[in-house]
Design a protein around this ligand. Structure first.
Ligand code: 48F
Length: 256
């Protein structure tokens, strides 16, 4: 029995790991925009893997606002909330309240159930570049980074990479820092996010959701961060709409 438990897990995990070494889409970051992109991409029959460095994917959605575990979505995003079976309460004309724990677990569940492979405790530390195009990501165990161990990584090949790393826009920054290349942002560089301005931020999140270098796409706060737009705090409609939009852009680009 003891042996079967261990060998079952090792066999299954290594089978899963081997499958994700060459995929259609590699998503970096398991916040709301990355999880929703994973869900829609998997539904569109893309072979998709999502890497999250923390134990639990979910990013900034679990914590609600200052740990008050409710969050707000606006009317535009309500069809997504309904599609995922998340309960909602009408609060004012255009705004709805959802429970952050139920919403986050629903995103994780639906992404996984749709067929996306979710890999937690793994950090993306670099990208693969071939012929002036991003062709994959370089991964290592998150604790290896935390302990600053000198351990070489593993390479994952993909047709598209999504930077859904949130406020730090880590993948875009790595690409720029290491390669000195020009990105498709207003300045050609990662600009960094501005202060709180909810209406502007929500509007620009979907506008900034796009391909910023051949093979590298951005969603959620990473999209606003690279293009120098605002933060918005505990309203999540923009994140959901951004995840859905980038899944459509990537699907079209991968199918080209
Ligand atoms: O920040 P995050 O939740 O991303 P998001 O989808 O949503 C932003 C909102 O939560 C909120 C907000 C809007 O309402 O302002 O902040 O843009 O999640 C990003 C996830 O990426 C992980 C990180 O741990 C977090 O869970 N992450 C970041 N860098 C890496 C990473 C990396 N290099 N490798 C793996 N995971």
């Amino acid at each position: 029995m003891e042996f079967q438990i261990s060998s079952g897990i090792v066999d299954s995990y290594f089978h899963k790991f081997k499958k994700i070494l060459n995929v259609d889409v590699a998503i970096v970051g398991g916040g709301p925009s990355g999880l929703l992109a994973a869900y829609y991409l998997a539904k569109a029959k893309q072979n998709v893997v999502l890497f999250e460095r923390k134990l639990a994917p979910g990013g900034g959605m679990w914590g609600g606002a200052m740990m008050f575990n409710d969050i707000v979505v606006q009317h535009d995003a309500l069809p997504i909330v309904k599609e995922l079976g998340i309960d909602y309460k009408n609060y004012s004309d255009n705004l709805y309240i959802i429970d952050s724990l139920q919403a986050t677990s629903a995103l994780i569940y639906h992404a996984s159930k749709a067929g996306a492979t979710l890999m937690n405790c793994i950090s993306v530390e670099d990208v693969v570049i071939q012929d002036e195009r991003v062709r994959g990501v370089v991964i290592n165990w998150a604790p290896v980074h935390r302990e600053k161990l000198h351990v070489d990584p593993i390479i994952v090949i993909s047709k598209a990479v999504l930077d859904a790393t949130g406020h730090d826009c880590e993948v875009a920054r790595i690409l720029e820092r290491k390669n000195g290349i020009k990105l498709n942002t207003p300045t050609g560089s990662v600009i960094g996010e501005r202060s709180m301005s909810v209406y502007e931020a929500e509007k620009t999140t979907t506008e900034n959701t796009k391909e910023i270098f051949p093979g590298l796409f951005v969603s959620g706060m990473a999209a606003n961060g690279v293009s120098g737009s605002f933060r918005m705090g505990p309203i999540f409609g923009g994140m959901l709409l951004s995840g859905k939009k980038i899944s459509e852009i990537i699907t079209n680009s991968v199918l080209e």
